[in-house]
Design a protein around this ligand. Structure first.
Ligand SMILES: *Cc1c(COP(=O)(O)O)cnc(C)c1O
Length: 374
């Protein structure tokens, strides 16, 4: 039996051939393929302007700069995310203000946001954990009432939707990641969906050293931009992925449904919310009933590995990392995020796995948990 990883990208032969052609073309960094990729993304998101970046992290950083967020500002976000979500706030010189999550959706608890708003609050960065969208109606109602910007960290929700509208096709600023583990990839990369054409020029300058090129071949620099451009090699991968995104989502939903039908609910694991309309099933995460077991999560993961099955942990609560403890955060600050951070495991889920793989995972979990029950 071959090893089943928790995720693996699906790259077709035409895409591989397309990358070879870019490599042979003589132009391998940002060029025509990036422009083509941005146009295709813009069409996918209903015509809104889109610019591509070298990573989801770089995309978030540019979004914060576009909002003018810096020292003295506060940004509200979730402690249950990949650490990039909070690190970019620190990088901007601003203060991350965490709000605990809803234990069912595992996303930021919208009921708790208003209590965290202060005169220094400038923006909210919500995260669609595992591809399950945050309630956009309530989110934008809060933002509008308090005049806050919203930078949607939609790194995990490419292909997901809210009430039939694609994530990215509406809202303030929407940031995606095309890291290899995301639902569509460029190996590394990301994109930002902008509000209107007026911010395109600044986004482009922030992406590449602040350089503004004039038609006569001269250039000027009026802002200290970074180095966050996507390469044509990466963009060509993205062009081969984008046409498949809706099929990827459908396949992920089918596999997730199979998990729900095969999983033994009597084992005491908490299942993810059964959402088959909005979520893109970026991840399938269960919570282990550790208080009923005589093994740790690490031992569970090791026993799955012995059965040739990869299991991930997404994520330890951000506020308990050393860097964030140094800012004053402590155990007990966000109990729901802490509990999920300790109990969560990510099971294999990616378009190229089979229904039999799902069954194999369910059998392995049952064996391990049955023999670990105290
Ligand atoms: C992956 C991810 C990021 C960062 O994206 P990169 O492309 O790895 O820089 C940010 N936020 C969330 C929620 C992510 O899952």
């Amino acid at each position: 039996m071959s090893f089943l990883p928790f995720t693996r990208p699906s790259i077709d032969e035409a895409t591989i051939q397309g990358v070879v052609e870019v490599l042979r073309s003589g132009w391998i960094t940002s060029g025509p393929k990036v422009k083509e990729f941005e146009a295709a993304l813009s069409e996918y998101f209903g015509g809104r302007p889109v610019r591509a970046f070298s990573s989801g992290t770089a995309t978030l950083e540019v979004a914060l700069q576009l909002c003018g967020i810096g020292p003295g500002d506060e940004v509200i976000t979730t402690p249950m995310s990949w650490v990039a979500t909070a690190n970019v706030i620190l990088h901007a010189g601003a203060r991350p203000v965490f709000v605990d999550i809803d234990p069912v959706t595992r996303n930021i608890d919208l009921d708790l946001i208003e209590a965290a708003i202060t005169p220094a609050t400038r923006a909210i960065i919500p995260v669609d954990l595992a591809g399950l969208p945050v309630d956009r109606d309530r989110l934008y109602a809060i933002a509008l009432k308090h005049k806050l910007r919203v930078i949607e960290d939609a790194a995990q929700s490419m292909g997901a939707s809210w009430h039939g509208q694609r994530i990215g096709s509406f809202g303030d600023l929407i940031s995606f990641s095309f890291h290899a583990n995301k639902n569509m990839t460029t190996s590394e990369g990301g994109c930002l969906v902008l509000n209107d054409d007026s911010q395109i020029a600044l986004a482009e300058k922030l992406r590449l050293q602040g350089v503004l090129r004039a038609p006569d071949g001269t250039m000027d620099v009026d802002v200290a931009g970074g180095k966050a451009n996507l390469t044509d090699i990466a963009a060509r991968i993205g062009l081969g992925q984008l046409p498949h995104i809706d099929a990827f989502t459908e396949r992920r939903r089918e596999l997730a449904r199979h998990y729900f039908s095969c999983f033994d609910r009597s084992l005491g694991c908490q299942m993810p919310p059964e959402n088959f309309t909005d979520s893109n099933w970026h991840m399938f995460q269960i919570l282990l009933p550790l208080d009923q077991l005589n093994i740790s999560r690490g031992e569970f993961i090791e026993q799955m590995r012995q059965r040739e099955i990869g299991v991930g942990v997404h994520y330890p609560a951000i506020h308990l990392f050393t860097l964030y403890r140094g800012l004053g955060f402590r155990e007990g600050d966000f109990p729901h995020a802490e509990k999920i951070g300790q109990e969560t495991v990510t099971l294999p889920l990616f378009p190229d796995m089979s229904l039999q793989d799902v069954e194999r995972v369910c059998v392995a979990i049952k064996e391990i948990i049955k023999s670990a029950h105290q």
